[in-house]
Design a protein around this ligand. Structure first.
Ligand code: NDP
Length: 295
């Protein structure tokens, strides 16, 4: 199949491109700078600028672009977080409407769309989106798919938990205190903490691309959700380090601002649509996902 990737220079984009190429798919990368290889195409999503004829006849467009949400959410940066996701998705959706053969359009999204702190409530793709900044971003981000859907493309939004891999900046940040012998649960530790191995994430994207029956939101997180305490214990065991020093919630809020809620808030999300369409996880539990991440 022929894929066009936006955000291909990022952590997830690189991993997906690598796995697609290894499986024999053709991959074109959208870049905001001057292209330096024949598989790169220049675009300027902030201006909605992308020449559909440069894409050839793609089967799948995937949007993994977005400004890093781990930085402080100042008013200016909030705009960047939102626009880098909405403008990129809109630009791809507009291109999809102009292609002779309608491609599948997939955008990354986030489990943060369900809300900030949802306790034990089970979250499937039928659950409502919640309140708060990230939920508003997700509404607009996924809403930007609509022109492509209306024009006949199959569209999907990947509501993804934290992707675990030794090369992932988020995972490196989570594991650093453990490596220093200072690890512990975050806040109360009772919050559900949605994660997935990188291998299963790239497999899930390909499953969504290839499964005609899948459209709309698709949760990508372990089928057996675990709490932060359970994650912490498993991480400490995998790294052969103690997990004795809990990180108090107020300290996290002080250090990370509102982003702290992404780690402290509970999200018990289930990958219902993936599983109902036959997807099986290679790493379905926290210990198996962690051992894949650390391999
Ligand atoms: P990275 O930060 O590694 O990569 C981000 C990508 O987005 C880069 O290719 C970058 O391209 C592009 N980008 C950044 N800012 C802009 C902008 N203003 N306009 C257009 N493109 C931009 O992120 P990840 O690969 O980790 O994540 C990709 C997406 O998935 C993000 O939206 C992230 O929030 C989301 N996500 C990630 C999870 C994870 O665990 N990693 C979990 C859930 C969701 P360039 O080289 O041009 O700057």
């Amino acid at each position: 199949m022929k894929y066009v990737l936006a955000g291909a220079s990022g952590f997830l984009g690189k991993a997906l491109a690598r796995d697609l190429v290894a499986e024999g798919h053709q991959v074109l990368r959208l870049v905001r700078r001057t292209p330096s290889t024949p598989d790169e195409i220049r675009w300027d999503p902030a201006r909605g600028d992308l020449d559909p004829s440069a894409l050839g006849d793609p089967d799948v467009l995937v949007n993994l672009a977005g400004a890093n949400i781990g930085r402080p959410w100042t008013p200016t940066y909030r705009l960047q977080i939102r626009e880098s996701r909405v403008a990129t998705t809109s630009t791809l959706a507009a291109a999809a409407t102009q292609l002779d053969r309608r491609p599948v359009l997939i955008t990354q999204s986030g489990i943060g769309g369900y809300g900030t702190d949802l306790g034990d409530r089970i979250l499937t793709e039928d659950s409502d989106l919640g309140d708060g900044f990230l939920a508003d971003v997700v509404r607009l981000w996924e809403g930007a798919l609509e022109p492509a859907r209306a024009a006949g493309s199959r569209v999907a939004a990947l509501r993804t938990g934290v992707v675990l891999d030794r090369g992932a900046p988020a995972f490196q940040l989570l594991s650093l205190p453990f490596r220093l012998g200072l690890g512990g649960r975050l806040g109360s530790g009772t919050q559900y903490f949605p994660v997935v191995s990188l291998t299963d994430w790239t497999r899930a994207v390909r499953h969504v691309a290839e499964t005609e029956a899948l459209s709309g939101p698709v949760n990508i997180a372990l089928p057996a959700p675990a709490t932060n305490s359970e994650f912490t214990e498993a991480l400490a065991t995998a790294l052969h380090r103690p997990s004795a020093i809990p990180v108090p919630a107020p300290l996290m809020k002080l250090a990370l601002g509102e982003f702290a809620w992404e780690l402290l808030g509970s999200k018990r999300a289930l990958p219902t649509r993936l599983q109902s369409t036959g997807f099986t996880f290679h790493h379905p539990t926290i210990p198996t996902a962690l051992s894949a991440a650390l391999a």
